[in-house]
Ligand binder design. Structure first.
Ligand SMILES: C[S@@+](CC[C@H](N)C(=O)[O-])C[C@H]1O[C@@H](n2cnc3c(N)ncnc32)[C@H](O)[C@@H]1O
Length: 328
């Protein structure tokens, strides 16, 4: 079978830019897909051919310990269980909820009290950022006994806050919110964590436990169309922060502009702080070149909106899962 031309190079790019030095298993398997017409052809038949979706579908079936380790094991699995992989890839979309990103977001937050709105919140776990403990080099923020402990390596003058922020109100908005009380949905969230990343998996499990005990409200809706109505509900006696990470890449450039327009419009009634943590190039105002290692593919930006006007600050380059932060 000849695979359509884009799947093989896409998996090669994924191997080189996202997996190399970070996940040996996914690196090996992605390289294998990029050289295997049959497996690439199988993927090309799916409505979405994204590598993260394919590997999460496999991991949902095998568990992290049962993941194929080589190209030939992968091919055998696709031969044997292709119909099951196909079912998962047809009906699921990746919604990786990475609490590690909170370590990147924390230093960008203005002083509290805060009212937090997260768009593209997935299961809403990043909205619990004030419940976690952080280690930035030798500096610790939060209670050491917190259920979720995040380590973030830093370079540059990261303004590490003395304490976690005082959050008085929080709300998520997601096209397809994940209910942490739904065991099937939780299994899928865990399958989205790369196989050998057991520390990430463990802290995700702890954050889910926390969210089960202290539910976070997540409204189902679109980050442009449904945001204005949600913003009206935000209490006025707190600083409104609208934030997101790994979300705007899911919408096109016009919708990203429309999203910023919603915030500008809202700022005619009250000041809005927008914190964005997205892959380089996704938020055009934050696309200035910064000295960063190949792994620091995300850009942390903060925009102050007031009376319809905006002031942008590119703050840092960050690891996509929050393990490293290079402040400008
Ligand atoms: C990769 S997940 C990131 C989740 C979370 N922000 C994090 O960093 O852990 C992207 C999320 O964006 C949501 N999403 C994608 N397009 C959206 C839209 N137009 N409106 C609202 N949410 C959207 C998806 O449903 C998904 O939950």
């Amino acid at each position: 079978m000849n695979a359509p031309p884009d799947v093989k190079p896409r998996y090669r790019r994924f191997a080189d830019t996202e997996c190399k030095g970070y996940s040996d298993i996914l690196y090996r398997l992605s390289v294998a897909v990029s050289g295997d017409d049959d497996v690439a052809g199988f993927i090309a038949d799916m409505p979405v051919t994204q590598p993260n979706l394919f590997f999460a579908a496999i991991q949902l079936l095998t568990g992290p310990d049962g993941m194929p380790q080589t190209g030939s094991e992968l091919r055998a699995l696709v031969d044997r269980r292709g119909h099951e992989i196909r079912d998962v890839m047809r009906w699921r979309r990746t919604q990786t909820n990475e609490v590690g990103r909170c370590a990147v977001l924390l230093p960008a937050l203005p002083p509290g009290p805060l009212a937090l709105v997260e768009v593209g919140a997935s299961a809403g776990l990043c909205l619990l950022l004030d419940r976690f403990c952080y280690e930035f080099g030798s500096r610790r923020v939060g209670e050491a006994s917190a259920p979720v402990y995040l380590r973030c390596a830093t370079t540059g003058p990261v303004p590490v806050p003395a304490t976690v922020p005082h959050v008085v109100w929080r709300r998520g908005l997601d096209a397809s919110p994940i209910d942490v009380r739904d065991d099937d949905a939780v299994r899928w969230l865990l399958a989205c964590i790369w196989p050998e990343h057991s520390e990430r998996r463990q802290r995700l499990e702890r954050a889910i436990e926390l969210a089960r005990a202290e539910p976070v409200a997540i409204t189902a809706g679109d980050l442009v169309d449904d945001l204005p109505a949600l913003l009206v509900e935000v209490p006025r006696d707190a600083q409104l922060v609208v934030f997101h990470s790994a979300v705007l890449s899911y919408v096109d450039a016009e919708r990203r502009r429309a999203f910023a327009d919603v915030l500008a419009e809202a700022s005619k009634a009250r000041d809005v702080v927008w914190v964005s943590n997205e892959a380089d190039g996704i938020v055009p105002e934050m696309a200035v070149a910064v000295p960063a290692g190949a792994q620091l593919r995300f850009r942390l930006g903060r925009t102050y909106f007031s009376k319809g006007r905006r002031r942008d600050e590119l703050l840092a380059a960050a690891h996509p899962h929050g393990s490293e932060l290079a402040w400008r």
